[in-house]
Design a protein around this ligand. Sequence first.
Ligand code: ADP
Ligand code: ZN
Ligand code: ZN
Length: 746
Amino acid sequence: MQCTNPACSFATLAAMPVLRLAIPSPLRQLFDYLPPPAADSEELAGLQPGCRLLVPFGSRLLCGILVEVVDESPLAADKLRPAREIIDSSPLISESLLALCFWAADYYKYPVGEVLSAALPTALRQGKAHQPGVSRHWQLSLAGKGLPAGALSRAPRQAALLATLQQEAPVSRQALQALGHSDGARRELEKKGLIEATDLPLATVEPSWNDGPALNPAQASAVDTISASLGGFACYLLHGVTGSGKTEVYLRLIEATLAQGRQALVLVPEIGLTPQIVRRLNQRFNAEIASLHSGLADGARESAWEAARSGRAHIVVGTRSAVFASLARPGLIVVDEEHDASFKQHEGFRYSARDLAVKRAQLENIPIILGSATPSLESLHNANQGRYQKLMLEQRIGSSVMPDFEILDIRHASLQGGLSAGLLQAIGHELDAGNQALLFLNRRGFAPTLQCHDCGYVAGCSHCDARLTLHRRAGELRCHHCDWRIAIPQACPHCQSRQLNARGVGTEKTESVLAALFPAVPVHRVDRDSMQRRGAMEEMIAAVDTGAPCILLGTQMLTKGHHFPDVTLVGLLDTDASLFSADFRGPERMGQLVTQVAGRAGRAAKRGRVILQTHYPDHPMLNTLLQRGYEEYAVALLQERSTASLPPFGQLLVMRAEARELSLAESFLGELRSGVESELSGISFIGPLPAPMQRKSGRFRAQLLLASQSRGALQRAAEQLVALAETLPAGKRLRWSADVDPLDTL
Ligand code: ADP
Ligand code: ZN
Ligand code: ZN
């Protein structure tokens, strides 16, 4: 190595390694630093990729992650700044996780520093010292021990907490919570100096488990196949109808994984599904289960993260971002409901957690199971291509059978709250027989439109190209895209007429109709509005679990994961719009939705019935779905996608821009297109075009769509587009993003 600085001697330079760091910044590059001057040779020798360092960055101090130690930097030595401090003596991020982050940054064209920092809990991201393997406990302080009996009688919650700590100490925060003590009471006592915190090392328990039910032949064969590959990479698509025992298959493989002394990572699409799977895991396993999702407070998230990283947690359950969980001994990944669009992040770092989970399994050299009753076309295609191995569970467990579908032609029917006489009659019949009915309407609010009868005016959002939804109970019109709200106007703002009519049907309206027609049974509405209150979902589930006759009415929220064994009738009020969706994924989503909703019926001993109301009873795709099932429906959809060279047969990339004026967004994307088009082959461009909803939250949006048969070609195009976007002056004045494998092309 030759030093370019005449003032510096070769010998001192050669001894000085260069630290290459990823830093959370929008710049798509790594940054070189010299070691902290205060670091001794032992500390330097211990530095490994995945350790954090505090470094000066511009005028700030940031927390960077060491990626590699190199002998020389392309920068002149006098341009390199020394790092301020080494934070970790051992890596927080394993080598394979580091590799995953790099792969993801490259594939999704997102700055690696930001990808890596997404892999850490907030406090650690900000450079806080990491305390491995301890958990915070509380005990009485000296002052607390000296307290006379009956003290704090005016603060009963604090007194109760003191009493607990007098009996046994120290007690962990989780244990205090489990005993019903609040954080507030604890903080008060801490302030008064009556209790104090102490950090105890965490004990690792030996995992054990109960016996599960004897597997049926299909389950046994799936378990045998997957077990045979524990310890190496393989991707399985577990396609099992709802209630076919997929979860039981996961549980068996998790057992086998724990028996090998390894950890299992289970990803679920939504935070609402974590308690359910955690409950099921707890019933089976006596093991440490860490759950990681966005609903956790920072402290709880950090301790769950640490349990995963240290290996103390045997099973890690989480939503999308848990795909980046640090794991000491990964052995198996499960992605449940793999078709769910929630696995794709829709803003910022637009990754697919499902796809990254497969990549991670490959890097960790472990098996992965993608499970669904309605697999995505991507995964089915991968199975057809031999990249994934498909395993089928075609039968429901026990005597439970798949429900019968009935199409109800509502072309001339008069509807009440979206309900036809035929459906109402069926509901009445089931309720009389002591059963429960579940109705699906994917539209919350009272009515999707408020219209003036005299001039035709329609209430619209001031910030979006969208209609306002009428929420009658709240007395508001709300935008479902930007959450803008106004009081329901008394008169038309255009012609002052008082003839303002609600048009169309939302869950609130259907709920009121049902309540009037079936006054003897409760109607449980399940949508984002009614379930906002904490505990609302649990209360609803508890009420339905009693088995008493009731009506469940809900949006998509109701269709995911829940078991309602006493539901014998499922009614789909209005899914027609999805038959004619402008998005090419519309029919796939419709098929998944209808199949998933239908799967809620008759899961136990009672046979179920599914009624779908439609204005298009002869629609060919609908008939394929209802008569032949999702499997054949998916084959037909794949055929269409192949003909049109759409995913999974062709690849897509969307470049998006949003600005205060549409022309700015469009001309920026136009510049991008003309800047790269001539250099690229095998790629077709569509746009720039205004986004279908041009204006959202007050900003104008445009997009440029690129399609190609070749993933490689599209990756190179993305590379060039992003590089160009970063240098264009217009790019500084608007927001732009690249979306690789977009789920929404609209
Ligand atoms: P899925 O995940 O496919 O919806 P589950 O694994 O939840 O299905 O199984 C549905 C129900 O059947 C659950 O209550 C489960 O405990 C039970 N179950 C699963 N496998 C078996 C089996 N082999 N024998 C008896 N009951 C089973
Ligand atoms: Zn009017
Ligand atoms: Zn709006």
